[in-house]
Design a protein around this ligand. Structure first.
Ligand SMILES: Cc1cc2nc3c(=O)[nH]c(=O)nc-3n(C[C@H](O)[C@H](O)[C@H](O)COP(=O)(O)O)c2cc1C
Length: 256
């Protein structure tokens, strides 16, 4: 499997997807693992503390220790590990700067702008999912990260957020020059992804599309790809610590 066929272990599952978790999956057919999501500036870190207080576990890394923490997680993934896939860091931030700074940490291959988090403490700050309501702002934000980052750039968005226009958002991310558009194709009220949204985004953009949501077996993985995804990502299906299906059986659109 090459980089053109990206299977990502997204691991952005609060408080769980650290270096140890990602390392345990890295060698199982994934081309990228994602650590986080991290709150990466003073405001989002304070918001994270409030989220923890109401019972949701979050990564709670003080700003002073942030770079060392990420570097340490990368070391855990890479040390004595023959896997040479990419490491992505999912980040919530008010401004592009902490995301750009993270891209400069040794071993970070991708920084992922979190325009996906729907915790009110985060959206009230104007970041996470609230960026979806302001595609122009998301575009400027992404553009600055793309211009200054020393790694590739991904943007994680959520589908079917009432009052948002996913095609406009996707085009903004593409125009800003991001390398990946990572779409949680959530379909409220259903236990499967909204595959039609994935097809629609594919028809309207040329950006590398990572389809996410409810991939738990070969059938759902294949459906995500036949709907137009270039790569796929899994989160909840990995939480029991086991791979739910053989990734080498997945057939990508550009497979020979
Ligand atoms: C408890 C929990 C925490 C999550 N934290 C994050 C996060 O920090 N950043 C992010 O981009 N996505 C986060 N997600 C979303 C997942 O990465 C993924 O998009 C979502 O669960 C749908 O994919 P899945 O069906 O493969 O789990 C979280 C999901 C859960 C259930």
């Amino acid at each position: 499997m090459g980089r053109e066929e990206l299977i990502e272990v997204i691991a952005p599952m609060a408080g769980i997807t650290d270096g140890k978790f990602c390392r345990s999956f890295s060698n199982k057919g994934f081309d990228m693992v994602t650590i986080g999501g991290y709150n990466s500036d003073r405001e989002t870190i304070l918001a994270g503390k409030k989220i923890i207080k109401r019972g949701r576990s979050e990564f709670d890394v003080p700003l002073l220790d942030f770079k060392e923490h990420i570097a340490h997680q990368i070391k855990i993934i890479k040390e004595d590990n023959p896997w040479n896939g990419m490491i992505s860091v999912n980040l919530r931030a008010l401004t592009p700067s902490p995301i750009i700074d993270t891209s400069m940490i040794d071993g970070v291959d991708v920084v992922e702008i979190n325009a996906h988090c729907r915790q009110p403490e985060i959206t009230n700050l104007g970041c996470g999912q609230s960026l979806l309501f302001h595609p122009e702002k998301l575009e400027r934000f992404t553009q600055e990260v793309v211009e200054k980052a020393e790694s590739k750039v991904s943007v994680k968005i959520r589908a079917n957020v009432p009052g948002t226009d996913i095609i406009k958002i996707s085009k903004s991310v593409e125009k800003a020059g991001a390398d990946y558009l990572h779409v949680d194709a959530m379909k409220p009220g259903y236990k499967c992804a909204d595959y039609d949204i994935i097809s629609l985004i594919k028809q309207n953009t040329n950006i590398y599309l990572i389809g996410n949501n409810s991939i738990k077996d070969l059938k759902s993985a294949q459906k995500m790809i036949s709907s137009g995804s270039d790569g796929i990502s899994l989160a909840r299906a990995l939480m029991k610590g086991k791979l739910p299906f053989d990734l080498s059986l997945v057939k990508f659109n550009n497979s020979e």
